[in-house]
Design a binder for this molecule. Structure first.
Ligand SMILES: C=C(O[C@@H]1C=C(C(=O)O)C=C[C@H]1O)C(=O)O
Length: 288
């Protein structure tokens, strides 16, 4: 039990912490100077107006952060600190608000918005995805947050993304998925299309399907992640119809899904691309 007396005192260690805190703060202020210069470069690069949010860059930064992280500090904390840094530096480049659909539950959506965008970026709740999309459409650079969990949709809100000039899905959060994520709800980020910075790992499509059935649902290939809203048949279309939001990994074509559905007696009457996002990066429990 006889431990050698430590030669480092508590006040010495606290002085080290003060030094580190000051360095981190000064580095953040240095980061803001770089952001000021970056704003000019982005403008001259033709990216003026709209959102400063660059989902491909952010997905890449978050992956590298997770990969290099180690030590006592929980990954959740590191991720949330960097989400706030990045989202706030995006906000200071071009102010924006987050329009969230809270119809699936307010606390879980608010947690997601605050985790990914912090408290400086305004949070505007909407009762329904259509209202959130409409608010984004009416803005120059705002973002919409809509639950991406399968079975979360009660209305085919993605139809509002079909028109060429309509907002599109540009990201899916969290960038790094894992068990016990503090903001685990998968959400789509909707915004006016970002001309120079779309990331196309996963493409997302709005499908209208007639002849919908349980058999058709089973025929959808497993690589396609799908949200389905089944319509009641009308007089004009007496067979069951459905609206689908289908996410496809790279190198998969919507024609393959249409062919699989045709084999089950269903018919795709239209398929419109409504956005794309970075591949979902999943961390397993061992941190691999
Ligand atoms: C700084 C940029 O703008 C935004 C802010 C980022 C940041 O603070 O690191 C990263 C990506 C963008 O969403 C950029 O485009 O690089």
């Amino acid at each position: 039990m006889n431990q050698p007396p430590s030669t480092i005192s508590l006040s010495d260690l606290r002085a080290e912490i003060d030094r580190i805190d000051e360095t981190m703060h000064r580095l953040l202020m240095e980061r803001s100077e770089i952001i000021e210069r970056l704003v000019q470069v982005k403008r001259t690069g033709g990216a003026e107006g709209g959102s400063a949010f660059r989902p491909a860059r952010e997905a890449d930064m978050m992956r590298r952060l997770v990969e290099r992280h180690g030590g006592l500090l929980p990954l959740d904390t590191v991720e949330s600190i960097w989400r706030v840094i990045i989202a706030t530096f995006t906000f200071v480049q071009a102010p924006y608000a987050v329009h969230a659909d809270i119809s699936g539950g307010e606390p879980v959506m608010r947690d997601s918005a605050r985790f990914h965008f912090g408290f400086t970026v305004p949070f505007t709740p909407h009762m329904g995805a259509e209202a959130a999309v409409a608010a984004v459409a009416a803005s120059t650079g705002d973002l919409g947050l809509i639950a991406a969990a399968p079975a979360a949709a009660t209305t085919p809100w993605w139809r509002a993304l079909e028109a060429p000039e309509a907002p599109k899905i540009i990201a899916r959060l969290p960038f790094v998925e894992r068990a016990d994520h503090p903001a685990a709800l998968p959400v789509f980020v909707v915004a006016h299309p970002i001309r120079d910075a779309a990331v196309t790992d996963v493409s997302v499509h709005s499908l209208h399907v007639s002849g919908w059935s349980a058999r058709a649902a089973r025929a959808i290939p497993s690589y396609a992640e799908t949200i389905v809203v089944a319509d009641v048949a009308s007089h004009a279309a007496p067979r069951e119809g459905a609206a689908l939001l289908v996410s496809l990994p790279e190198r998969r074509a919507i024609a393959e899904v249409a062919a699989a559905l045709a084999g089950s007696g269903a018919e795709v009457s239209s398929a419109v691309p409504v956005g794309s996002h970075a591949a979902v990066y999943r961390l397993d429990q061992t941190g691999a």
